[in-house]
Write a protein that binds this ligand. Structure first.
Ligand code: PRX
Length: 679
């Protein structure tokens, strides 16, 4: 029943009308028809026998084993890591505060590098990299060791001590990974800021964590253009009193054209010239901070999610090993940028802790052509591929002729992350990328969870297109109603996690109260994810998207309040309300409703200016797709903006209940204006 509903919803969401009106090729149309046929069969996908037989885990009993003793379950993975000193207690749970592997001492960079260079993996490729313009580089584990230890010494020489924060604002180049691991080596928590964030967003994050050093590049390539990272860094750092040094990688420009501030700015290559190789790793406590990563919540201010060393590393190590089934000769490609948590956990820490070979690509998937990713899969014989539904929906729209140009037979496992995957996209991925032979793992997790929590295990789980299936072993999830009571199978509610897990966030950096309030107060003692979820009769989880004011735009998490604050920061804007409306490819698109101050007139120039203002405040990922001027916003009698109504208007639906509205004519007027603008 539930499956039927979800499939139905997705069919309307990506609608045939759109597909045809976009002028899609006949081949794509045919593909669509094939997938429709498959969908109507309501198929389920048991693990293929060839996969099951070789999988890292294929015994279904592990679920029971882990449930009986989750601590022992996680400790077994932790023991596969290298520790300077063992822990004396696996877990201390003082809700809502958890500590894992108490007393244990380890270093994340040692686990990602040193322990491999001591073995036959020493000369194995750790990172295969391709730049957008086509440069190729391979770094073996030994190369990575040299680069990381040298850069760790560079940081130390600039006065970075254990506990100091370092912000990394870089393109997808190997040096970004080197910088992260070098920070881990000396015990300096890093905070990676996505290169698509603006100078102002960067400044806010630098100041929130009080970084001493910023590591950046002159620029990075994106769709043939250069993203001016150094310029944005200069603008940001001007108002960052804690920053003493800026290290600049010469990636994309003529170095003589990059203004460098004497004493503050240093070229990466100059600092590395004389840096000694080898750097004693710091013995970090399992609960010492490994990194801070900012994400959007339901307020205007991004939250610094704090992850510690021992539990996080155990969690990403275990999930990479079991969910992605990594083997010695795999080439693992997670397409996420290291600026997001997926990049942290499944580009860097998880795969490298497993001694895997990762592929890193700097640029856009459609540059120079729409087959760039498939060209890379063929060229580097990628075996495990992990991407987001928004990308899959774009590939779908472009048509199967692009993957068909390439030999994708090296692929054996596919993954999806970041937003609900609609069954059509799942099927398309299965047929055209996976050649109908690769299992698909739809993995649910969050910046806060650190690692995957709900997912199939590819050698065990029978998958259903559109469902993330079941909690990972040792994870106790539930779906609850408003009162926090478990709903019966077949029903929907809020997704919660009832027991601590190793990679869970420990706090919000600098705001411990918000940590408690945000995650542990809605249902006391359990972790509130902010996601809606249905469980079908077989106990499979079907994620339904956020239930709070967080949007998921092309897999990027953006808060409505952040965009609203950016808009009201403009002198012309009196009030703004922002909602996420459904979108065929991006999952959600940003729709903004704006009232202007006295003396300002609505115009298309002002509309463009306001959109640009949001880009300046946050970055291009937050640019509103639609912006509507209105003389008033619909509010309840107590003054709360009724977003639900705005969503209805933006999605062209019949209006929901308007009885609590202070002035119902506001909505009617808005609706009319909206429809006029649409035409
Ligand atoms: O709404 C869920 C959605 O992404 C949110 C977390 O976003 P972020 O912290 O940026 O991390 C994204 C990558 C881990 C969740 O609250 N989400 C993530 N994965 C899935 C998903 N929704 C449905 N299915 C998924 N597989």
């Amino acid at each position: 029943m539930v499956k039927y509903q979800v499939i139905k919803k997705s069919k309307t969401a990506s609608g045939e009308v759109n597909i045809m009106s976009d002028g899609i090729s006949a081949e794509a149309m045919q593909a669509h028809a094939t997938i429709e046929a498959l969908l109507s069969e309501n198929r389920v996908f048991p693990p293929p026998e060839w996969f099951r037989a070789q999988a890292n885990v294929n015994d279904p009993n592990i679920y029971d084993t882990a449930t009986k003793d989750p601590e022992a379950f996680w400790a077994q993975f932790a023991r596969e890591l290298d520790w300077f000193e063992p822990w004396h207690q696996v877990l201390e749970w003082d809700p809502p505060h958890a500590q894992w592997f108490l007393g244990g001492k380890l270093n994340a960079s040692v686990n990602c590098i040193d322990r491999h260079v001591r073995t036959a993996r020493r000369n194995k490729a750790a990172i295969i990299w391709e730049g957008e313009p086509g440069e190729e580089r391979v770094l073996t584990y030994w190369d990575l060791y040299r680069e990381v230890t040298k850069f760790a010494n560079v940081l130390k020489r600039l006065g970075v001590h254990r506990g100091d924060r370092v912000v990394i604002y870089m393109p997808m180049v190997p040096e970004a990974v080197v910088a992260m691991l070098a920070c881990a080596r000396i015990g300096a928590p890093h905070s990676v800021v996505f290169g698509g964030f603006s100078a102002e967003a960067l400044r806010e994050r630098i100041n929130d964590c009080g970084a001493k050093v910023v590591v950046t590049a002159d620029g990075g390539y994106r769709r043939g253009n250069i993203v001016q990272l150094k310029r944005a860094t200069d603008e940001a750092v001007e108002h960052c009193p804690t920053v003493q040094h800026v290290i600049v990688l010469n990636r994309a420009m003529d170095a003589t054209h990059v203004p460098m501030l004497e004493g503050r700015d240093h070229w990466w290559h100059r600092l590395m010239e004389h840096a000694p190789i080898h750097c004693e790793p710091e013995a970090m406590d399992a609960e010492d901070l490994l990194f801070i990563l900012y994400t959007s919540g339901s307020t205007g201010k991004p939250k610094g999610i704090a992850h510690t060393t021992g539990g996080y590393l155990t969690g990403v190590y275990a999930t990479t090993k079991w969910v992605f089934d990594l083997k010695e000769d795999d080439v693992f490609w997670c397409t996420a940028d290291i600026g997001w948590v997926t990049g942290h956990s499944y580009v860097v820490y998880g795969p490298l802790a497993n001694g895997a070979t990762i592929l890193m690509y700097e640029g856009a998937p459609d540059y120079p052509e729409r087959d760039r990713l498939w060209e890379l899969v063929e060229k580097y014989r990628v075996t495990v591929f992990y991407t987001a539904p928004t990308a899959i929906r774009a590939f779908m729209k472009w048509g199967p002729q692009y993957p068909k140009r390439h030999d994708l037979s090296s692929l054996r496992l596919l993954g999806s992350v970041g937003e609900p995957i609609n069954p059509e996209a799942w099927m398309w991925y299965h047929v055209y990328i996976g050649g109908e032979r690769c299992p698909i793992v739809d993995t649910w997790w969050q910046t806060e969870t650190g690692h995957i929590l709900i997912t199939p295990l590819p050698g065990i789980t029978t998958t259903k297109p559109g469902s993330a299936t079941r909690p990972f072993p040792g994870i106790e999830a539930d779906v609850v109603d408003e009162r926090g009571e478990s709903v019966p199978l077949g029903a929907g509610g809020y997704l919660v996690i009832k027991k601590p897990w190793p990679g869970m966030l420990r706090t919000i950096y600098g705001d411990p109260e918000r940590y408690v309030k945000q995650y542990w107060s809605r249902f006391p003692g359990v972790y509130f994810t902010g996601d809606g979820c249905k469980r079908d009769e077989e106990g499979y989880y079907w994620l339904l998207g956020r239930v709070d004011d967080v949007m998921n735009v092309a897999g990027h998490r953006i808060s409505t309040m952040e965009v609203e604050s950016a808009l009201v920061d403009h002198p012309a804007v009196a009030e703004a309300a922002v909602i996420g409306r459904s979108h065929d490819i991006k999952g959600q698109a940003i729709a903004a409703f704006v009232t202007l101050k006295e003396g300002y007139r609505a115009s298309s120039d002002l509309m463009d200016e306001l959109k640009e203002h949001v880009v300046k405040k946050i970055g291009p990922i937050a640019r509103p797709d639609d912006l509507h001027f209105t003389s008033e916003l619909p509010k309840t009698r107590s003054g709360k903006i009724m977003r639900r109504l705005l969503r209805d208007i933006a999605e062209g639906r019949a209006l929901g209940d308007t009885t609590t509205l202070a002035d119902p004519s506001v909505v009617a007027a808005l609706r009319q204006r909206y429809e006029e603008q649409e035409v």
